[in-house]
Design a protein around this ligand. Structure first.
Ligand SMILES: NC(=O)c1ccc[n+]([C@@H]2O[C@H](COP(=O)([O-])OP(=O)(O)OC[C@H]3O[C@@H](n4cnc5c(N)ncnc54)[C@H](OP(=O)(O)O)[C@@H]3O)[C@@H](O)[C@H]2O)c1
Length: 236
């Protein structure tokens, strides 16, 4: 049985939940996690998933989850760092309180980093372990619609945390290149996870999740250390 672990699954229309459903339909046993475990439990029942509490900024919460999973399954095959926050639309870097930047980094960068460090031993017990960091074109220079060059100054805190997440992906992939673990960043594209965003061109959540599932199910000769959207490498 292949076990997948996904962070930040608290909303029915979120990418985390759709990714969980797609992996489940491929035969994975999926553990969804949320800060408020009640939200994850509401989603888990109908989709036959397992719900657990997880705050990616809280080392005790991460450790408790690791112990539970190690006890029940001994290994995981897929870790998807989907939890993310602080899409600071309309914000300006010059006006940003550094405390807010700390919080954003704590979730978007350090959250994934903590999870990778905590779960690497369980991933190493898998025959085909995969890590997916859910990133964003907003954290690249080259994205023609949302990139730092295309929209200078837009979502400054969010974009910098996602650029850092891409950099983390490269570093971790390099350090793990002699293991079976493949680690990639995946951008879902502009996806309609919040009401009203379709009107601005957001695509269906099922489409956004496909590229995350692609990176989570890469074959053994698949890539590591890259940044992808819909299975296509993109510059950052
Ligand atoms: N939608 C898009 O167009 C788009 C585009 C590019 C990238 N992305 C990325 O895709 C991912 C999912 O986004 P989404 O659009 O599906 O929105 P979302 O439903 O708001 O997903 C974010 C999730 O992260 C969780 N979270 C926040 N802080 C957390 C913490 N400390 N510990 C654990 N979980 C935490 C949120 O839970 P709470 O309910 O507890 O806050 C929420 O479940 C994010 O990383 C986002 O940056 C989205």
């Amino acid at each position: 049985m292949k076990v997948a672990l996904i962070t930040g699954v608290s909303r029915e229309t979120g990418l985390g939940y759709e990714t969980a459903r797609q992996l489940s339909s491929l035969g994975y046993y999926v553990i969804i996690t949320a800060r408020d475990v009640y939200q994850a439990k509401l989603l888990a029942g109908p989709a036959n998933l397992q719900a657990e509490q997880l705050d990616v900024t809280d080392p005790d919460s991460i450790d408790a989850l690791r112990r539970t999973i190690e006890n029940d399954y001994e290994k995981i095959d897929v870790l998807i760092n989907n939890a993310g926050a602080y899409y600071d639309q309309g914000n300006r870097a010059m006006q940003t309180d550094p405390a807010l930047v700390h919080q954003a980094i704590d979730i978007n960068l350090l959250g994934a980093w903590r999870m990778i460090r905590a779960f690497a031993p369980l991933l190493l017990k898998s025959s085909s372990p995969r890590i997916v960091n859910v990133s964003s074109g907003a954290g690249s220079f080259h994205d023609p619609a949302f990139g730092i060059t295309a929209q200078p100054g837009a979502v400054p805190v969010y974009s910098m945390t996602k650029a850092a997440l891409n950099a983390l992906t490269v570093h971790i992939a390099e350090e793990l290149k002699y293991t079976r673990i493949k680690v990639n960043a995946a951008c879902p594209g502009f996806t309609a996870t919040y009401e009203g965003t379709e009107a601005y061109g957001a695509r269906p959540v099922s489409d956004g999740a496909k590229g995350i599932v692609w990176a989570a199910t890469l074959p053994d000769d698949g890539p590591t250390g890259g940044f992808y959207r819909d299975g296509q490498q993109i510059d950052w």
